[in-house]
Design a protein. Structure first.
Ligand code: SAH
Length: 339
């Protein structure tokens, strides 16, 4: 609930409106795990709330810490037993959390572990928020950046995503700046337009992964629905509406999308809109035969982009030793449980 909705509920229970201020603070600033913890509220009132409303508090089932870089990966259980994963990364500029937006995913990208078993269900706004709240409680450190790049396609859960962003950036809550939030999409064109019309200051990252329709269709089924031209038009609209530059994510797959010709085609797409390009060394999953692009070839690809004045970064691989890539930890856990 937004603050206003919460207030309405609390007043309808016959309580004073300022109880909503306290309750909201317990949830979104003090990060309480239950109504019981809200000790400045009367016991009576807390019990009434407990009987009327479900309180979201994710249960950490497994926490892995990378010996390489301190990255932590969390497997959380939802109230209905579904599992989701989130990642905590420490950077010089602050702590970043990567959250899931759905349990599973129905987009079917060929290289991604999140989608192998399809979609279980959408996450509720509270279940997205509590990944950040739970990690803040568990690490004892403030989160400054949030990326919606875990399991799921965030724009396939559009309304809940929007509500989540509004709550996360609310000045009465954790008050994370919109500029410190990145939402990554495989390219749902109608929702990209809808998001642009919201005029948020978040960063939109588009998982492009191939510079033309033929290659993209081999990697991502969604490319059969929307062409690269339609995607780039949506990106242009987003830029116009929000003034925010788009990031193009490009997972380099050895022998698939890493040639000089691919780089040239990518430049032609990125240059007109001044897109930032984020190269991701593909993280091979055992269910598929994709391999990483050689280091020298990766460097050559990056150089070619830079020579053409494209702003490009190679994503640092973090948590390679702890099932770091999308959906790997959740999948391992689900498989072990089945066995
Ligand atoms: N559904 C959204 C967000 C989740 S994935 C999207 O498609 O953008 C976050 C990013 O990681 C996407 O760019 C996705 O394509 C990429 N990704 C998924 N599995 C990967 C893997 N095994 N190796 C490299 N990148 C991967």
């Amino acid at each position: 609930m937004t603050f206003e909705e919460l207030q309405e509920q609390i007043v309808s229970m016959g309580e004073k409106p300022f109880r909503a201020v306290q309750c909201y603070e317990w949830m979104h600033v003090k990060l309480a795990r239950s109504f019981t913890e809200m000790t400045s509220l009367s016991k009576d009132f807390r019990e009434k709330c407990g009987n009327r409303y479900q309180y979201t508090a994710l249960n950490p089932v497994e926490i892995q810490e990378s010996a390489l870089d301190g990255t932590k990966k969390f497997l959380f259980a939802l109230a209905d037993g579904n599992m989701i994963e989130s990642v905590w990364m420490k950077y010089r500029h602050g702590n970043s959390v990567c959250i899931s937006s759905q349990a599973g995913c129905r987009m079917g990208c060929r290289f991604c572990a999140s989608t192998l078993d399809g979609l279980e269900r959408n996450l509720r706004p509270s279940e997205m928020l509590d990944q950040i709240y739970a990690i803040t409680r568990l690490t004892g450190e403030r989160v400054s950046n949030v990326v919606v790049m875990g399991c799921g396609e965030p724009l396939d859960n559009f309304d809940n995503l929007l509500r989540f962003i509004r709550l996360l950036t609310d000045e009465k809550g954790l008050h994370i700046s919109q500029r410190n939030i990145t939402v990554s999409t495989c390219g749902l064109v109608p929702e990209m337009y809808r998001l642009a019309d919201e005029k948020l200051q978040i960063t939109l990252a588009l998982s492009l992964h191939a510079p033309n329709n033929e290659k993209r269709r081999e990697l991502m089924p969604i490319a059969n629905r929307y062409s690269i031209k339609e995607l780039m038009d949506a990106c242009e609209y987003y830029l116009k509406k929000t003034g925010r530059r788009i990031t193009l994510e490009y997972s380099l797959v050895g022998g698939v999308n890493d040639s000089a010709q691919d780089a040239e085609e990518l430049i032609a797409l990125a240059a007109p809109l001044g897109c930032h390009v984020n190269l991701i060394p593909v993280n091979p999953i055992k269910e598929r035969s994709f391999v990483q692009c050689e280091a020298a070839k990766t460097a050559a690809f990056k150089n070619k982009l830079e020579k053409n004045k494209i702003n490009v970064t190679i994503r640092r691989e973090m948590g390679r030793d702890i099932d770091g890539a999308c959906g790997q930890l959740r999948r391992r856990h689900v498989n072990e449980t089945r066995r």
